[in-house]
Design a binder for this molecule. Structure first.
Ligand code: FAD
Length: 305
């Protein structure tokens, strides 16, 4: 990783999450001088995933399609991700709780080895940050929390200056706002959004099931929202198929009630919500709840942002 000696760059990418860090890697080996900033310290370049354990999973996972896998291959991080742990899912079953509607997909039908892979977000970002540490033209600057920005006249016309607390600032001809769903830059630059509340919350956690998941992703559509079981793998060379990451979308008052249940009560309710397709839920981790909101910017480009 290059050391920050200058505060002027061609491009500043604000936000080193999966999106910002992937973009920084895609711009590697160009003549562009890139700064990747984040309000949080970037994962240390030393491998911080050594303590991956058989029952401790990141509650945030992503379903990575084959196209996204290819992107990660192109930027040189997929092999590292796959060597940690990914669960390739070969089938998907979706059904309706109210009627008899159901649909299923399988990799063999399309002559592919898998439909996609479930990967913990923290594995993806750590591998991206490790890659960034090797890139000559990318400077990682963190912590840097954007407080304000201004447009400044310069020899090429103008550039954007981002300011953080304590007089820290950074300039670039182009700024990419990859600072997440509640983007500070979007608010500061007055990008308007079309948005509405789904009036649903998503409850996420990891569970251990009685039956094996058979590398199948499952989703049941309940009246109050979909319940997804995404298969996980405990280690690269371990075929234990009993762990799943769940995303259970539900009404806010239901989420409040379910969050307050004991582990045993929650496990019973969740087993029934999936119609015992994977038997009893034997164990569940800490639960997290996120409000679900639809949000699209009306414009995605303004001046140099
Ligand atoms: C329950 C749940 C399940 C989901 N499942 C999926 C899925 O399966 N597939 C999928 O594609 N998406 C999924 N999503 C959405 C997914 O989480 C986001 O699309 C993804 O994390 C966005 O990545 P990002 O890099 O844009 O933002 P983030 O991961 O939010 O990263 C933003 C970065 O910007 C930094 N930052 C924020 N503010 C500032 C600031 N002021 N100054 C400097 N840095 C700042 C943050 O520290 C952070 O590192 C899910 C979301 C939820 C809630």
């Amino acid at each position: 990783m290059a050391v920050a000696q200058t505060t002027e760059f061609d491009i500043v990418i604000a936000g080193a999450g999966m999106v910002g860090a992937s973009l920084a890697c895609l711009l590697a080996d160009t003549s562009l001088r890139i700064a990747l900033i984040d309000r949080l310290p970037l994962t240390p370049a030393s491998d911080s995933l050594e303590q991956l354990s058989s029952d401790k999973f990141d509650p945030r996972v992503s379903a990575i399609s084959q196209a996204s896998q290819q992107l990660f291959r192109d930027i040189g991080v997929w092999d590292g991700i796959a060597a940690k742990r990914v669960c390739n899912y070969q089938a998907m079953e979706v059904w309706d709780a109210e009627g008899t509607g159901s649909i299923s997909f399988s990799a063999t039908q399309i002559r592919e080895p898998e439909l996609g892979s479930i990967v913990e977000n923290s594995i993806i970002t750590t591998m991206l940050h490790n890659r960034i540490a090797q890139l000559e033209n990318v400077t990682a600057i963190s912590p840097f929390s954007i407080d304000s920005f201004e447009t400044i006249a310069d020899e090429w016309g103008s550039c954007v200056q981002l300011n953080a607390g304590e007089g820290q600032s950074i300039r670039a001809g182009l700024v990419v706002a990859a600072d997440g769903a509640n983007s500070k830059l979007r608010q500061l630059a007055h990008f308007e959004c079309r948005e509405w509340d789904y009036e649903q919350h998503a409850l996420v956690t990891t569970v251990r099931t009685e039956r094996e998941h058979l590398n199948t992703a499952r989703q049941r559509f309940l009246e109050t929202g979909p319940l997804a079981f995404l298969p996980l793998r405990v280690a690269q060379n371990d075929d234990d198929q009993h762990f799943c990451s769940i995303v259970w979308s539900m009404l806010p008052e239901q989420a409040e009630r379910i969050l307050a249940l004991s582990e045993a009560e929650f496990n019973t309710e969740l087993s029934a919500a999936l119609e015992f397709k994977l038997g009893e839920i034997q164990w569940s981790d800490k639960r997290f709840v996120f409000p679900l909101r639809q949000r699209h910017a009306i414009d995605y480009v303004k001046d140099k942002i």
